[in-house]
Design a protein around this ligand. Structure first.
Ligand code: DX5
Length: 236
């Protein structure tokens, strides 16, 4: 029997927010119905960009107008160093890249021990086989979510890579066959024109940076446009 359909979540990525108006940006997105926030942590090694660290997670926690969950996306070469600090700073979900470790099993245990939900991200060219064992129904730390990157990680504002849509479908089928209650998140190039295709392929959690904080009408209008596009897809 297939598991129940997973609920749809919209997750604004803080990377595209105006950091000088962080509180206002968080408020606008939360009022517009953001389900949680993503904080992108980049170290200049795993990805060719530097961004924020645990202190930024703490700032989002502090200024979030209601207690929405925060996910920390660790785009770092040594994820084991950052799990405890980001959890202590208030991250509820911690996402590690399969490409950044040869000890995924231990990393996932470390996340659970820090009191957060464990998730794994895969770059566009990384096959699903990289997480096949982590998706065993007998895994020590069940995965709450798999993040399929729909762009190369590191920068906002890129176009979604269409080939990842097939991968989403294959992962959805694999999860259903195994009866796993695991979300599929997509991140990169998610906008009104692409969110429907990602949803139709089987994703249920959508990270959007530019389409929310870079929207001409502000975060509220950005979230409304994404919800509308999702509803249009559902009505089809
Ligand atoms: C990419 C980051 C994304 C990024 C998405 O490395 O993980 O979260 O902010 O940005 P958009 O939505 O602009 O593609």
């Amino acid at each position: 029997m297939s598991p129940k359909p997973r609920p749809v979540h919209l997750v604004p990525s803080i990377l595209s927010a105006d950091f000088g108006r962080l509180g206002e940006e968080l408020r606008a997105a939360a009022e517009a119905g953001a389900d949680r926030f993503q904080v992108d942590i980049m170290d200049g090694h795993f990805v060719p960009n530097l961004s924020m660290g645990p202190m930024f997670v703490a700032a989002v926690r502090k200024h979030c107008p209601r207690p929405l969950p925060i996910e920390a996306h660790l785009m770092v070469a040594r994820p084991e160093q950052w799990i405890a600090p980001v959890a202590a700073a208030g991250a509820d979900v911690i996402i590690v890249h399969a490409e950044a470790t040869v000890h995924l099993h231990s990393l996932l245990q470390q996340i659970a021990a820090a009191g957060a939900l464990a998730a794994v991200a895969l770059n566009p060219a990384t096959p699903l086989e990289a997480i096949d064992e982590a998706l065993s129904p007998r895994a020590t730390t069940p995965l709450a979510m798999v993040l399929l990157m729909t762009v190369e990680p590191g920068f906002g504002g890129q176009a979604l890579i269409p080939a990842v849509l097939d991968k989403i479908g294959r992962l959805r089928r694999r999860l259903d066959e195994r009866g796993l209650e695991c979300d599929i998140e997509v991140d990169g190039g998610v906008e009104a024109a692409t969110i429907g295709a990602a949803r139709a392929a089987g994703a249920n959690v959508f990270v959007a940076g530019s389409a929310v904080f870079g929207h001409a009408g502000g975060a509220k209008a950005g979230i409304a446009a994404l919800r509308k596009a999702l509803a249009r897809g559902a009505a089809r």
